[in-house]
Ligand binder design. Structure first.
Ligand SMILES: [Zn+2]
Length: 288
């Protein structure tokens, strides 16, 4: 009898350890935060293709995601640099501060978000930057010990943007966001990547908005698969067929929008956009 109980106990242990190692997807979670807000401003400042009758003033989030995986914490985009909180016009061009009206505070920057969720900056194992624009890679220098995941082309773009995208410091690439990060550890990608090797946290190459923009696909325990487009798709109007302004390549932008829309439809997975006010109101500031 005693022997049987021991055997059953050992058998149970075996089942428990099997289920613990059977997959990580049940334990992965992702939090949608924002680096303050931008706006209000006329939507046509971002989407010049929009007809007059669809014009309106918008206030939009600057989406950042914190992904908690058993093998480590991943931050997807670090928002606006902390300097915009009280020194915007000395850090960004004054015109961008006036147009975007950033409302970020130290509570809502990426450091504040991590703290709110119970993490420290030092807990972050990997930082994925969708692209090198000022509202997405603004605080990579806060993470000197993390592995930084970029498309290789985006590093080139960040350091030497096309002239039409602004090399004069007045555009969306801010050299001060990157200049002390040259010697960090970069995983320089040329395509998609499965960060933890179990399929749950994937980087997707989605160029067009910039030369090396990248999106993500995360399999969470609570919400299943979610697709995080970031600036491959800014907002609903882009899904409705009005192309975003500011594209490096309109052709690549359209291919990336199509790729993400079809992934959404084939996999039945919700698609979260980088700067959509209504979607943020409905689903921001929460775990998935
Ligand atoms: Zn953006």
């Amino acid at each position: 009898m005693k022997k049987l109980a021991v055997a059953v106990f050992i058998g149970l242990l075996g089942v428990m350890s099997f289920s613990a190692s059977a997959g990580h997807h049940g334990k992965v979670k992702a939090y949608w935060g924002t680096s303050g807000m931008f706006g209000p401003f006329d939507i046509r400042g971002l989407i010049p293709s929009l007809p007059e009758d669809k014009a309106r003033d918008i206030t939009i989030p600057i989406s950042m995601w914190v992904i908690d995986h058993p093998k480590g914490i991943v931050v997807y985009d670090t928002g606006n640099n902390v300097e915009v909180e009280d020194n915007c016009k000395n850090y960004w061009s004054p015109g961008l501060c006036d147009f975007l009206k950033p409302s970020q505070t130290k509570e809502t920057n990426i450091g504040g978000l991590l703290k709110k969720l119970g993490y420290t900056v030092a807990d972050v194992k990997a930082v994925v930057s969708s692209h090198a624009h000022l509202d997405h890679a603004g605080n990579i220098e806060m993470f000197p010990n993390a592995i930084h995941i970029f498309q290789k082309k985006e590093l080139y773009q960040g350091w030497w943007p096309e002239k039409f995208q602004g090399r004069d410091g007045k555009g969306p690439f801010v050299l001060a966001d990157l200049d002390n990060a040259r010697d960090f550890n970069y995983l320089e990608l040329e395509g998609d990547y499965d960060i933890f090797g179990d399929g749950t946290v994937q980087v997707l190459s989605t160029p067009g908005h910039t030369l090396g923009h990248q999106s993500m696909r995360v399999t969470t325990g609570k919400s299943g698969v979610i697709i995080l487009a970031q600036d491959a798709i800014w907002m609903q109007e882009n899904l409705d067929g009005y192309p975003a302004g500011l594209n490096y390549s309109v052709q690549d932008y359209n291919k990336s929008v199509t790729r993400l829309k079809m992934m959404r439809d084939l996999q039945g997975a919700p698609l979260y956009m980088g700067h959509d006010g209504a979607q943020w109101e409905a689903g921001g500031n929460q775990w998935y």
